[in-house]
Design a protein around this ligand. Structure first.
Ligand code: ADP
Ligand code: ZN
Length: 706
């Protein structure tokens, strides 16, 4: 079978994503591979299709029980026999799976590395017919990364034990040191590295000032009402406080951190995956093993310490490829917190690396050029164009001459002998009688209140920019007080000018977050939100009755596509993305029933089919109908083919002979089910006419689906 057909039949996708096909073809030649693809890039298909095509069993090593369960459920929902073996199973359950394995009834087996190396399991595997090993989350093998798993290090034993069986290692890590380790540590045999672009264009990027965060968060979650999102916080307490606030405004929110017991953590994670909870406020403990495809937003309440973590965390949004939003709140306090942690690191070299990473993170947060460019460049990919999907692209900076403002701030610093931090400096400039001002008699200095006209918010932004431009230095060693630099003197005494980004720019970027976007659609037809909601409800009902997460039934992308294509037959339903044969037969009827209500006017084409149908029901032959309607017989055959697919009562035996059906059965076994007719025509050396090929194909398809 052609690979595209396997993809369509089992997964319901019309085409491969970049690299998928090359990877699959490589594996099918029994060669080893290392696959580096971003989260949501579609790694699973890369070993699942070889598993289906090859004879025997594919063993997938996966580090997390929750992840295995999701994968197995998803495969089963597509009618593929899959199972997992890990510590969560009872002896009896494992025994049942072993029986099936021995009978060759399972195509994909997921195992944890612990299980793999436990008593005799490798020996057990050697009695089975294994076609492929897939090692998921392969970065866990490297001690460079922060997800090192000691049992992963032993996985080279697979290659030692089964030298002939191909191994594919897959990961979404962007860390170069880790990447280069993988092949060697697993002892792969001249593995080919497939490196996809790590850009995730469907994720919008935004960095907003970390002030009045609650107001901003509230707006964002209200905009995404009913959708899934993650809010990363830097402390356990912050996750709890935020979750309570969100609950108070009626959100289905909860918190997650490493201080909770296993059971609670598990339940929260499950509820999120199942769609019982919309928002999780979490520390970075949350996320590894979250395979949820429809997370629509990720908010960073605090800035992470490096771009690797940041990118991994925002990467949990939009795995399904649909537009998703990411927002980072940035303030100096977060930088200070990280610096504080780093000062406790004893290893000098390590500390220097971490500090350098923090600098790059900060540069990203302060960037006034396309953020995606900054980000992708960090990961060694250099985009040609600005992305158009970050806050800087959407609202490019507007500049003004800020020399006078800079002089005001610098002069206040001189008069306070460089002994104040950002907050007190703003108090002085604004003429605010704060405690610090009173304690030190700052109200007496000449610049007190000189910057009254400028808002606190604007001063905050300006001082940040002075620091970014090296006009002022933030002295981490002296209580984060502000210090003059060489440049400050040029500005104070030499009249050097200063260019600043206007606060309006930042305001516009904040405004942008409030807007409810009309999500872009692939087709021209209007997207009906009411239908979408109804389909979501139906999906949830089915999911609940089966005890699986909603996305196992259909992803959002499939529901959206249904709303756009408005299929009105089983055949058209199979054309929806993510609808393979198994899902069509399981859920097609229920979904079509809902969709039909939104599809009241029969399409014009429908009428021509109706005419053919009624003439056929009157007992007329194909030739007679063709002559009467003034069209070619092939056209009438194609009408009849469509009517068969729609489940109309057409007796195939009145149209073609048993022998002709047999011939086409053989052809489809060889060629599979193609959209094009020519290959079948050629297959029969032109002895079977196109019209007949078409009706028999429809007949055979309808036989398979129903
Ligand atoms: P990864 O493991 O790389 O994070 P997945 O394998 O979970 O990504 O795939 C992400 C999403 O993309 C899934 O919903 C998957 O079904 C979908 N997907 C994968 N390949 C294709 C394709 N060729 N066409 C459309 N959707 C795809
Ligand atoms: Zn951009």
């Amino acid at each position: 079978m052609i690979l595209e057909q396997v993809l369509q039949k089992h997964f319901g996708y019309g085409q491969f994503r970049p690299q998928q096909k090359e990877i699959i073809e490589h594996i099918l030649q029994d060669k080893d591979a290392v696959v580096l693809m971003p989260t949501g890039g579609g790694k699973s298909i890369c070993y699942q299709i070889p598993a289906l095509v090859k004879d025997g069993l594919t063993v997938v090593i996966s580090p997390l029980i929750a992840l295995m369960q999701d994968q197995v459920q998803s495969l089963r929902s597509n009618g593929i026999s899959a199972a997992f073996i890990n510590s969560s199973l009872t002896v009896k359950q494992e025994g049942d799976i072993r029986t099936k394995l021995e009978n060759g009834e399972i195509k994909l087996l997921y195992v944890s590395p612990e299980k793999l190396f436990s008593s005799n399991f490798l020996n057990y595997l050697s009695i089975l017919k294994i076609s492929l090993f897939a090692i998921d989350e392969a970065h866990c093998v490297s001690s460079w990364g922060h997800h090192f798993r000691p049992e992963y290090k032993k996985l080279y034993i697979l290659k030692d034990t089964f030298p002939q069986i191909p191994v594919v290692a897959l990961t979404a890590t962007a860390d170069k040191a880790v990447r280069s380790d993988i092949g060697a540590l697993l002892k792969l045999n001249q593995p080919k590295y497939f490196i996809a672009s790590f850009d995730r264009p469907n994720l919008s990027l935004a960095v907003l000032p970390g002030r009045k965060k609650w107001e901003q968060i509230r707006r964002i979650v209200e905009k995404h009402q009913g959708k899934s999102g993650i809010i990363y916080c830097s402390s356990r307490k912050a996750t709890e406080d935020l979750a309570v606030k969100l609950q108070d405004i009626g959100m289905k929110a909860d918190f997650y951190h490493a201080g909770l017991d296993n059971l609670t953590r598990h339940k929260t994670q499950e509820d999120f995956i199942q769609g019982e909870l919309d928002i999780i406020c979490a520390t970075i403990a949350f996320g590894m093993g979250i395979d949820k495809p429809d997370v629509r937003f990720v908010i960073h309440n605090n800035m992470p310490g490096n771009l690797e973590s940041y990118y991994q965390e925002i990467g949990r949004a939009g795995r399904d490829g649909l537009p998703s939003e990411t927002i980072l709140f940035y303030s100096y306090r977060d930088v200070q917190t990280h610096v504080g942690f780093m000062e406790e690191i004893n290893d000098d070299a390590y500390r220097r690396i971490q500090m350098a990473k923090l600098d790059r993170m900060q540069e990203f947060a302060e960037s006034q050029v396309c953020r995606r460019k900054v980000l992708m460049t960090y990961f060694s990919e250099i985009p040609e164009k600005d992305c158009g999907n970050c806050d800087v692209c959407k609202n490019p900076p507007k500049y003004f001459d800020g020399t006078t403002l800079a002089q005001m701030a610098l002069s206040a610093m001189v008069r306070t002998k460089e002994k104040v931090g950002i907050t007190t400096l703003i108090d002085i400039l604004k003429g605010t009688y704060s405690q610090a001002v009173k304690d030190h008699g700052f109200s007496k200095i000449k610049t007190f209140g000189a910057g009254r006209q400028t808002t606190n918010f604007a001063w905050m932004l300006f001082i940040q920019q002075f620091i970014q431009q090296g006009i002022i230095e933030l002295d981490y060693k002296d209580h984060y007080n502000l210090k003059l630099t060489r440049l400050s003197k040029d500005i104070l005494f030499e009249g050097k000018s200063v260019r600043l980004v206007t606060p309006e720019t930042i305001k516009e970027r904040q405004e942008e977050q409030k807007q409810v976007k009309v999500e872009p659609t692939a087709s021209k037809s209007a997207f009906n939100p009411t239908l979408f909601e109804e389909l979501r409800v139906l999906r949830k009902e089915i999911a609940d009755s089966q005890g699986v997460p909603a996305f196992v039934i259909f992803g959002d992308a499939s529901l959206r596509d249904m709303c756009e294509k408005l299929p009105n037959s089983m055949h058209e339903f199979l054309g929806v993305t993510g609808v393979g044969e198994h899902k069509a037969s399981q859920y097609g009827e229920a979904f079509l029933k809902v969709i039909t209500k939104y599809n009241p006017t029969p399409k014009q084409k429908g009428d021509t089919y109706k005419i053919t149908l009624s003439m056929y029901q009157d007992g007329k032959s194909v030739e007679e109908i063709a002559i009467e309607r003034g069209v070619q017989p092939t056209t009438i055959y194609s009408h009849l083919a469509k009517l068969i697919e729609d489940g109309k009562m057409i007796d195939i035996h009145e149209l073609v002979s048993v022998d002709e059906i047999k011939k086409m059965e053989i052809a489809t076994e060889e060629l599979g089910f193609l959209d094009a007719l020519k290959p079948y025509f050629d297959y029969h050396s032109g002895e079977l006419e196109y019209g007949k090929i078409r009706v028999i194909l429809s007949y055979l398809k309808s036989q398979r689906v129903s």
